[in-house]
Design a protein around this ligand. Sequence first.
Ligand SMILES: Nc1nc2c(ncn2[C@@H]2O[C@H](COP(=O)(O)OP(=O)(O)O)[C@@H](O)[C@H]2O)c(=O)[nH]1
Ligand SMILES: Nc1ncnc2c1ncn2[C@@H]1O[C@H](COP(=O)(O)OP(=O)(O)O)[C@@H](O)[C@H]1O
Length: 187
Amino acid sequence: MKHVIVITGATGTGKTTVSTYLKTKFQIPRIITHTTRPMRPGEKDGVDYYFETDASFASNHYLESVTYAGYQYGSSYEGLQRAFEKNDLVSIVLDTKGAETYVRELKEQAFILFLTVGQSVILHERLRDRGDQLEMIQSRIKSKEYSRDLTLPADLKGVATVIQNDHWGNTQEKLDTIVTQLRASAL
Ligand SMILES: Nc1nc2c(ncn2[C@@H]2O[C@H](COP(=O)(O)OP(=O)(O)O)[C@@H](O)[C@H]2O)c(=O)[nH]1
Ligand SMILES: Nc1ncnc2c1ncn2[C@@H]1O[C@H](COP(=O)(O)OP(=O)(O)O)[C@@H](O)[C@H]1O
């Protein structure tokens, strides 16, 4: 069976880092989603996101879409189908609301990975070290979506695999085990 690894959790917990690791080590591609948020330095259109205006965002057809900290984000069926045509295992980075939709729509094809950290104050430091602008960090941290995604939602309890991403070495070991199991289940 084909699987999509849905990487979810609060801002700064390491979702992008995990998706990059899956791509580099295991050639698991990440489905690129759409957003109206401004590009961060170093980000590229079509690589990190499809960056949209409000008008172009509205013209696309989405499997699911959300507002997160004042910006819109959405993922399409076409993106998933295209990725599945070439790969049995793909990944996508979503907020927890999107992860809940993927569980409902894709059932056991969605493997949910919820990232967390021991102390949420670490996340502020990570965002600063990542080079995010101070106003962006503050508005992000004040958003209800950020607070919501710090905790595993009730709907995902017993469904999601939780990784506490405090130590990258430990996280890598857990990811390696998960990929081995998912690949074995595809045989
Ligand atoms: N539901 C949903 N969430 C998305 C989508 N694309 C990105 N996200 C989530 O939107 C949130 C904000 O993403 P981003 O602005 O890149 O900030 P970051 O989490 O700090 O890297 C994160 O939780 C992402 O996982 C999407 O297509 N659908
Ligand atoms: N286990 C870890 N220990 C320390 N720093 C980490 C760890 N995992 C990720 N980071 C760093 O934290 C920052 C936020 O990670 P990122 O993957 O961008 O998070 P997200 O996509 O969830 O917002 C990045 O600078 C990344 O290099």
